[in-house]
Structures are given as structure tokens and as C-alpha cells.
Design a binder for this molecule. Structure first.
Ligand code: ZN
Length: 158
């Protein structure tokens, strides 16, 4: 086949099917480190840009709008928010069927831009709706490890 010719069907090229196992390390960065360290204290932190009057969750080192440095502007944003969108999961990460489905939601933290994807608890899928007020439920302090799973789930505010 000449260089300027093109394959018309994927079956015209040689290939093999398979999987490539990969492991990776993702650095959380300076803002992420603050975010996760504060999880151990049972607090959700964001970064506020005074010029733009925007608070980002998770926190950023720079404002996305004006590029102002935000590292000295981290703040506790509380644990309350609203359900932005949600779904019900019937499969575990390994593709096996879960014994009990879980509810996963994108939570917009009150007064901030951005959000957190996490589980919803103490509710049923049929009762969840977009705009539902929720609050973070943290693990017991002794069980926190400085990660997003220090939040057990978000639950409806009654
Ligand atoms: Zn800004």
C-alpha cells in the first residue's frame, strides 16, 4: 500500500485485542493537598477569588477567570449543597453486580462554583431530585485518612 492510500475498513489492518494493565499516581497539587488535609478535620475547603467573587470547590491555586493567585485565599465552605445531577449504580468498579445499588450525585456546595461527585445516603433513589438540599456526613475522626472518602456520603437536609 502506498503512503497516500487509506484503509477503508478496520479489518484491513493487523491488530490484536487485549488489555493493558496500568497503574498511575495522580498528584493532588498544593490546592488539593489543602483540600484533603482539611477533610481530616471534617471540613470542605474551597478557594475564593475576591476580584471575581467566586469560590471554587475543590480549591484552585489560580482563579480560572482572572488568573489571580488563590493560595492564600482558602476557606471553609461548609458541608451543605444541592444535588446538581445524579444516577443509580448497579455495578461495582470491577463490573460485578452490586448487592445493593448506590446513588452517585454531583453536589454543588452552597455559595461555590464547582462541586464534588459523591454518594448519597440515608435516602432512596426514588426520593432524590435535582436541587435537593444535602449535607456531608463525615466518617468518625479516627477513621479519616485525608481523602474524599473521609466523607461517607451526602444526606438530605430535613
Ligand atoms: Zn478571579
Amino acid at each position: 500500500m502506498a503512503l497516500i492510500e487509506r484503509y477503508q475498513k478496520t479489518t484491513d489492518i493487523s491488530y490484536w485485542e487485549g488489555q493493558i494493565p496500568m497503574s498511575y499516581i495522580y498528584t493532588v497539587g498544593r490546592a488539593g493537598e489543602k483540600f484533603f488535609r482539611e477533610m481530616m478535620n471534617g471540613r470542605i475547603f474551597g478557594a475564593k477569588c475576591e476580584s471575581c467573587d467566586v469560590t471554587y470547590v475543590p480549591p484552585r491555586t489560580y482563579c480560572e477567570k482572572c488568573f489571580a493567585r488563590l493560595e492564600d485565599h482558602y476557606a471553609d465552605v461548609g458541608g451543605k449543597g444541592t444535588v446538581h445531577t445524579f444516577t443509580e449504580c448497579h455495578e461495582a468498579y470491577d463490573g460485578t453486580k452490586k448487592q445493593k445499588p448506590s446513588i452517585v450525585a454531583m453536589i454543588r456546595i452552597e455559595g461555590t462554583q464547582g462541586g464534588i461527585v459523591h454518594w448519597l445516603g440515608e435516602t432512596h433513589f426514588k426520593d432524590v431530585y435535582i436541587g435537593m438540599s444535602v449535607e456531608a456526613v463525615f466518617k468518625a475522626k479516627k477513621d479519616r485518612e485525608g481523602g474524599i472518602l473521609d466523607i461517607k456520603y451526602f444526606r438530605p437536609i430535613k
